[in-house]
Every structure is written in C-alpha cells, then in structure tokens.
Design a protein around this ligand. Structure first.
Ligand SMILES: [Zn+2]
Ligand SMILES: [Zn+2]
Length: 754
C-alpha cells in the first residue's frame, strides 16, 4: 500500500522527479530475553497481566544492573528503555525499603511521562515507590514533604544544579541513593553536556560525602561513540547494550529534492511548499503523519497551510495540530493523547517530539529539512514503524550545501555510523564555574582536585586562589565571599561575563557577552521560549539590555568578520602539507545585522560595537607556496578560491563533529600577517573550545576529500548556496571562486597522497 501511495504521488501535478532516492528497510521480528534473577512477585505478576515479554536488550540490561554495574542502553526510540529503569528501580526498592532513585530528564514533557509510569508501578507496589517530580515548578510548601519522603525523584539537571548547595536538606535522599537514571543522555553533548558532566561529578562528591555509591543507568540514541561519551559524562566505566530486540515494521525511506525553478542559478522550489503539497497528499490518503520542521515558526505556518488545504477540499481542518516545546503542558499532553488515540491525522512539530514521548504508532513521518544531525534524523524516522504495519519516512531537502551533499550521498546516514557526541572536560571556563559551585557545596580537599578535575582543575583553583575568589581554610578550599555561585553559573554556557536581559524591570534571561553580540544587540529580535522580544537599548557598562515583547514576522542575524592570531601550536601533522591544531585568539568585528523572514533578506542594518575577543581552539592549514604560485601564474582568483574553500569546509564539518555550522567559525588569509603564507583557519566558536576543532584535526583529509566532492558535484556553474556560498559570511560572499576552490582541493589531494 505504501508503494501504491508513492505511485499516486508520482502522478500528481506537483511531481517533477523530486524522489532522488528510495530504499526499503525490511521488518524485524522481536527477540526476547530472560532474566537471570528472580523479579519481585508483584512485578512478575504485573508483567504477566500486561502480557509483556522482555525484549533481549531489556533483559540484558536488567541482568547487568542486577549485578550492581553501570549501564548505558543505546537502542532506538520507543524500544522500551523506560521499562528497564522502572523495573530496576522498583526491584531495588522491594529489596531495600529505604532505597532512593534520582531520574534526570532534559525536558519537562519527558519527566511527566516517566512520572505516570512510576505511578502505575507505585500502585502495583502498594505505594512503596512514592515517585514525585521535584523541580522549579514544585510549590514551595510541598517541597519539604517530598524531600523527606520520596523514594523516586524525577527532575532535571538545571534544578539539581541549584539544589546541590542545599544538600543537607536532602540528607536522607542522598544517603540512600541507589540509582541515578539519565534518560536521553545523547542530549547532554557539546557545551550543555560538558556542563552536565561537571554537574554529575559534583553530585558524586555529595554522594561520597553521605557514603552512598549510586549505580548509573543511562539511555541514549544511537551515537558513534557510546562508551567514550557515557564514560566522560559520568566519569566511571559502564557496560553498553546495543542489541535492539524490539519489533519493527517494514519502512520505506524516501529522499525528496525540490525541483529547480531556475537551473542556471541553482534556485530550487521552496522546501516549505513541497512539504505543504506532500502533507496534503498524506492526509488525503488518511495516513496519520508527523511532520518535523526546523523551526517553531515553520511548524505553525505549515499547520496553518494544511488546515487551509483541508478546508478547500471540504475536509475537517481540525485534523491538523501544531506542536512545540513552548506550549503549555496540558495542551501538549492533549495533542500527544489525540495522536495516540488517532483522533487527529497530523501534527506539525519542531524536534520537541523527537524524544521518547509516547505518541503511539503513526503511519508516516515527513522531515521538512535535514534536522542537523544523523542522530536526530534516525530519532525522527524512528517515530514510525513501531508495529508490524509498514510505514513511510520522507526527508525533504533544503538548498544548503550540507543537505544537498547528503541528498547525493545518502550512504552517509544509511550505512555509516552516526556522529560522535562530544564532551569536553578540559574547557577551563566551564571547569571554573563548577569548581566554584563545588567549593560552596563542600570544602574542596587537595587530594580531590586532580582526581576530579585533572590538570585543568589545578590551574583553575590556583588562579581563583590568586584572584581571592577562593580561600584556603582548615577544612579545605571554599569561596571567599560569593554566595550560591550556581545562580551565576549557567549550564548552557561557560562561566564568563554575562549580560542581563530586562523586560519591564524583570529579568528575562542572562547570556554571555559573546551571545549578546549575536542575539541581543540593539535592534535584535530575541526569541525566548517561543516569544519574540525587541532589544531596544543596551548598557554595556552595567551589563544590561532592555527589551520589550514585539510582534514581527522577521528575525535578525548579526554579521561579523573575524581575525585570528596564533597563540600556541599544540599538535602538528605533515600530510603533504602542514596541518596544525592549537590555541588561537579570535577577534570578531560585528558590523551589521540582517532582518530576515524565513526565505528572504529584508534589510541590512549597520551597527557599531567594539570588537569581541576570545581564545579558543582551531585547526589550520598552510597552503604550500607551490600551489599558490601555480594558481596565481594562471591569473586566477586565488583569494576567491581559498575563501570558497573555507566556506565549503565549514559547511561539511558537522558531518565529522557533532555540531551545528553556527558553532564553528572560520577565516582565510591569502597572506597571513605573521609569515605571509596562505592559511585557512576553522575554529570552535565557543571560548576555550569544546572539542570540535580537535575532531576536525583528526579527520581532516577525509573532510577535504568530501569538500571536493561537494563542490565538484554541485550542478551550478559559478557557485551557489548549495556549495560555496555561506549564509553566515561577513563579506557578503565576496570574493568566491568555485573553479579555483576545485583547483586548490585537487592540488592538496595530490600532495597528501605522496
Ligand atoms: Zn553550487
Ligand atoms: Zn565568507
């Protein structure tokens, strides 16, 4: 029936050979496993009554947990990971009545889901589990009772980041802590993940103080480096479970490339319009569909379009709903249950529905744009095909270089492993913030420093002692005067100077100066929890920006050019030419911002800001003079060539390090001021670096050979947004030369083969 549907689509008036790839994924029979230990009789009976048999990965994980070991389960979305944590914790509590467990979720919606599952088990165990959500929304009058009686606490990293300073109030809970459950662990990557890894080390210090040794149970989407990643996150070894035993129906995968409307300029039809047409075809066929968009705005717009199309055909427009994280919990839960009960036909959502929220079994999923990572792509595709019924997943490509490259090379996400998830334990700015918090929670003993934070910790503590921020007392190292430092340390950034965003005399949020340059300059439209605010004035001296709610249909994007200075080389490879990794000082000159709607630039507005300086990590190459001379002798545009090469390299970098192209910066020099050589730098856009440049250093040659393919294969003649043009360029994409970029890449390839 799926193949019939695809045939029908091929007969519609909007079909112009958009299907560039199609593959069937066969169905998979379930594999079951058995427990090597005796489950409590109540739990045994509960499984029997529900006619649940344990899949092999569930049984394997429970067997390992029962031996007291840490475990990370990396199987597909909705493969029943929740049952693993729930059973493990319930079993432990039937064995020792005072045991407690902490569940950390990255999102509120998931915490609610887990609570309802634990409540069900609580009834089975006649009230012995006592599960509660405890976070920023918990009313203060209920807090002491929960702290003193709960066996299971469901919360999030942001909340526990604050609570650790008050650990003495949690003594009973920490003293008896048996399990720390970290669901959706792959979301703790990059800057946020590096902060959460530090938070977990602080949590472990507190547990050690109360003499408990909790076991860790983690779950994660499929990533390339689950063991390395999970061990960095929690700081101790663990077992990996990857053999997914769950049942899967057959699935048809389709990649859809919007047709050219102007072949010469490589202009394609809008992917949003394509999504609209396809979604309506799905609805007419009564396929219950989940449509993922890349932005909140587009999820709203596409839902509106779908309703209009239904009305035009005298169908019920109420069949389609939009969904995003900013909606009220009640509203979200209503939509989730309507999906589960098949009361609505389609939901258009941001990636908020990508995580393990239970929405039942859908027929089709439409990905309106590549979601940025292979991990997310599989998470989204994994929302269909959980039963024996066949399903359809369609990825609609945008015109940018990365997506067009993936469209031509679908093997990248079909056959290759997904990305590495990065955690950086050595970023001094991040470590600094958490050492301050830790010192406030419990005095830091000398012996702890290198054990927990390594060399970077020793350096940071020395610096903080010298600056009189920390002091040495007989009990250890404590803060000199700062109270509750966790209030100033954000899990989403490094501990640096910050700007407060004020709306009608109330604090809306704080952000780092670097973020403020990009998102909170005068005239910027700041998006906070889905609402738009206009930044009216900014007082750099007092570190405050004043904003007001604003209804506009554009957003803003700051434009900068950057300058790089080499501070220290840390690693160097001769790969036929010199490839270097090291520390650099980046100076970014922000000169104007763009007002944009989702597909066009309305206006470019100049502004004036002092340059922004930060130290970070970079990878760079020296273009050998033989190549430079050759290109110049042919009177070709050398500057345009290396500029194009820089853009295309940045565009493909996310394939090799799990990051967004906005997390990386770059700049190229036909004549680098220090030594007159031609150099290209790619740097981590985050102060101190977060491990991206390091990954690129390791994989540089593969990266460049893909960049050559990307540029060569692009059907344009002079360069376009699908190859060498960058939406982020501070020089308005000038000069650029596609031809010279290809020449340079070919020459580099020849050298690296020798
Ligand atoms: Zn092109
Ligand atoms: Zn540029």
């Amino acid at each position: 029936m799926i193949s019939e549907f695809i045939k029908k689509i091929k007969n519609t008036s909007y079909y112009k050979d958009q299907i560039i790839f199609q593959r069937s994924i066969p169905e998979k029979d379930p594999q079951f496993g058995s427990l090597a230990f005796q489950l409590a009789p109540e739990l045994e009976q509960w499984l029997r009554e529900n006619e649940w048999k344990l899949y092999s990965h569930q049984a394997d994980a429970l067997n390992i947990i029962n031996k007291g070991k840490n475990v990370v389960v990396t199987t597909s979305t909705a493969s029943g990971k929740t049952l693993i944590f729930s059973l493990a914790v319930a079993q432990a509590i039937t064995q020792r009545e005072n045991s407690t467990a902490l569940f950390l979720y990255p999102m509120k919606a998931l915490a609610n889901d887990q609570l309802s599952k634990m409540e069900e088990l609580n009834a089975v165990l006649e009230g012995r589990l006592r599960p509660f959500i405890y976070d920023g929304d918990t009313p203060s009058e209920r807090r002491p009772a929960i702290r003193n009686t709960a066996r299971v606490i469901i919360s999030n990293p942001y909340a526990f980041h604050r609570y650790l300073d008050w650990h003495s109030k949690w003594e009973r809970f920490f003293r008896n802590l048996r399990f720390i459950v970290i669901d959706e662990a792959h979301t703790y990557r990059g800057v946020f993940g590096s902060n959460v890894a530090q938070l977990i080390r602080r949590l472990q210090r507190i547990c050690e103080f109360y003499r408990s040794q909790p076991q860790f149970i983690l779950s994660s989407a499929t990533i390339n480096n689950p063991r390395e990643f999970a061990e960095k996150l929690i700081g101790t070894p663990l077992h990996i479970i990857t053999n997914d035993g769950s049942q899967q129906g057959s699935k048809e995968l389709v990649i859809w490339n919007p047709p050219f409307v102007d072949q010469f300029n490589s202009k394609r039809r809008s992917p949003h319009q394509e999504t609209r047409d396809l979604l309506f075809s799905h609805l007419s066929e009564h396929y219950q569909t989940l449509c993922f968009t890349l932005s909140r705005k587009m999820s709203e717009i596409i839902a509106v379009w779908a309703r209009q199309d239904l009305e035009k055909h005298e169908l019920d427009p109420e069949q389609v709903m939009a969904y995003r994280a900013g909606y009220r919990p009640l509203e979200r839960r209503r939509i989730e249950s309507q999906l589960r009960n098949r009361e609505i036909s389609a939901v258009v959502s941001t990636n908020a529905l990508e995580v393990g929220i239970d929405i039942g079994n859908l027929d089709a999923v439409l990905l309106s744009g590549f979601p940025g990572t292979i991990i997310s792509t599989w998470q989204q595709i994994g929302r269909v095909g959980r039963t024996t019924r066949p399903s359809l997943a369609t990825l609609i490509l945008f015109e940018d270089a990365y997506q067009q490259f993936l469209g031509r090379h679908p093997e990248y996400f079909l056959e290759k492993t997904p990305e590495n998830a990065i955690i950086d334990l050595n970023n001094p700015y991040i470590v600094k913030g958490h050492i301050l918090c830790a010192a406030s929670e419990l005095p830091i003993k000398k012996a702890e420093i290198s054990k927990i934070w390594g060399e970077v910790g020793m350096k940071v503590i020395k610096e903080l002692l010298n600056q009189d921020v920390l002091k040495l007392v007989p009990a250890g190292i404590v803060p000199k005067s700062i109270k509750h430092p966790s209030q100033q340390v954000s899990l989403n950034s490094a501990f640096t100077e910050s700007i407060e965003i004020i709306v009608s005399e109330k604090l809306l949020e704080t952000m780092t100066t670097a973020q403020a340059y990009r998102e909170a300059h005068e005239g910027a439209i700041l998006i906070h929890q889905g609402e738009k605010y206009l930044i009216e004035t900014i007082d750099w001296e007092n570190k405050k920006a004043y904003a007001s709610p604003h209804r506009v249909d554009y957003y803003t994007e700051a434009i900068s050019i950057s300058d790089v200075e080499i501070i220290a080389q840390e690693n160097e490879k001769d790969i036929g030419y010199l490839l270097t990794f090291g520390e650099v000082k980046v100076t970014e000159f922000y000169h104007s911002y763009r007002k944009k709607t989702y597909d066009e630039v309305l206006e470019i507005v100049p502004f004036d800001l002092p340059p922004l300086e930060f130290n970070t990590k970079a990878v760079w190459i020296n273009l050998p003079s033989s190549i430079v001379t050759k290109v110049k002798a042919e009177k070709k545009d050398f500057s345009g060539g290396i500029h194009a090469l820089e853009h295309a390299t940045i565009a493909l970098s996310p394939l090799f390090a799990l990051c967004d192209r906005w997390d990386i910066g770059g700049t190229s020099y036909p004549n680098f001021p220090d030594d007159g050589t031609a150099k290209i730098f790619i740097y981590d856009g985050f102060p101190g670096g977060i491990g991206i440049a390091e990954q690129l250093f390791e994989k540089w040659e593969v990266l460049l050979s893909n960049v050559l393919q990307l540029i060569q294969e692009c059907p344009c003649s002079e360069g376009c947004p699908s190859c060498i043009q960058s939406p982020k360029c501070g020089n308005d994409n000038f000069p650029l030369s596609k031809e010279v970029a290809i020449d340079l890449l070919k020459e580099l390839k020849l050298l690296s083969k020798n």
